[in-house]
Design a protein around this ligand. Structure first.
Ligand code: GUN
Length: 294
């Protein structure tokens, strides 16, 4: 069993981005610029946004944070997005989810200019992904593909089982793994809450991606010997032994599943770190498009 270490793989991606950005700056070009909108003060969102900003700055990007009160109207949020759409110095726009109940996430996503949709959530990006047209790939599945690439995990002809069908992870993941890509070409099964024989299907998986948000859901009797297990879960579970009062739990019962696997991602320290790497790569793509590079 080998750990797929998100710290190492994400650092490698950041390093190559950092080099590229410094070369661009040496040519007199401006820095790529990511704008993040954070509505309210959800604890997990605060942490993710801080991390996205820190990583952006670390590799030489500009990063702007637009903070809006939880009571902000949908109209004002949409007009903030419009002004970032119209700002030629902003390459990528990200509105951190979830949003307060009175705001339509779909409307927000659809207001972002598809050329700046570094989250890959806009219907134009999602449609392009399905059609195999180069586009912004949602950051978490993109990060997983980068992880497979970093560790050179063979995928061609393998059976991948994806648990979860969310627009953010499960569905785009299933499309990427089935696409004709260097780390794609899998036969893919998508499981969800209405899948009656989930255990039997998981047992057939050469690669199992758990993205359902239920801590410890994947047990050792669901995984075949030598499988590759990717854990996307990042649930906050109360834990009084921690200073924060919680710990981050994955969807996989790591302790018991890990010995059966060929490769497995830990939580924390796995996919979560790769997500930011995917976002940064998308932002550089948006920048290059805006600048007419490549
Ligand atoms: N909330 C949880 N994951 C994500 C993500 O990838 N992007 C955004 N914008 N919000 C999220």
């Amino acid at each position: 069993m080998q750990i797929l270490d998100g710290k190492i793989a994400a650092a490698a991606v950041r390093e190559s981005l950092k080099t590229e950005v410094s070369q661009l700056k040496a040519q007199g070009k401006r820095a790529p610029h990511l704008a993040v909108i954070l509505v309210g003060n959800n604890g997990a969102s605060e942490t993710y946004v801080a991390s996205k900003q820190k990583n952006s700055l670390e590799i030489g990007f500009l990063s702007t944070l637009v903070r809006l009160d939880a009571t902000v109207s949908e109209e004002i949020l949409l007009s903030e997005i419009e002004s970032l759409n119209n700002d030629a110095t902003v390459d990528g726009i990200l509105v951190q989810l979830p949003l307060p109940k009175h705001i339509s996430e779909q409307k927000v996503i659809e207001t972002i200019n598809p050329n700046k949709d570094v989250d890959g959530f806009h219907p134009v990006s999602a449609g392009n992904l399905v059609l195999g047209i180069p586009t912004f790939i949602p950051a978490t599945p993109y990060g997983i593909m980068l992880m497979l690439e970093h560790y050179n995990i063979p995928t061609k002809g393998k059976h991948a089982v994806v648990i979860g069908r969310s627009n953010i992870v499960g569905r785009p993941m299933s499309i990427l793994l089935s696409s004709n890509l260097p780390y794609g070409n899998c036969t893919v099964t998508i499981c969800h809450s209405h899948t009656p024989n989930l255990k039997e299907l998981c047992l057939q998986g050469d690669i199992v991606v758990a993205a359902l948000g239920r801590p410890g859901f994947v047990k050792e009797d669901m995984i075949k010997d030598g499988a590759v297990v990717i854990d996307v879960g990042i649930t906050r579970v109360p834990d009084e032994t921690k200073k924060s009062g919680f710990r981050i739990a994955g969807d996989v019962d790591f302790e018991n599943v890990a010995p059966k696997t060929s490769y497995i991602t830990p939580v924390p320290g796995g996919v979560g770190l790769m997500t930011i790497a995917g976002l940064l790569k998308n932002t550089l793509v948006a920048y290059k498009k805006a600048e007419g590079i490549e």
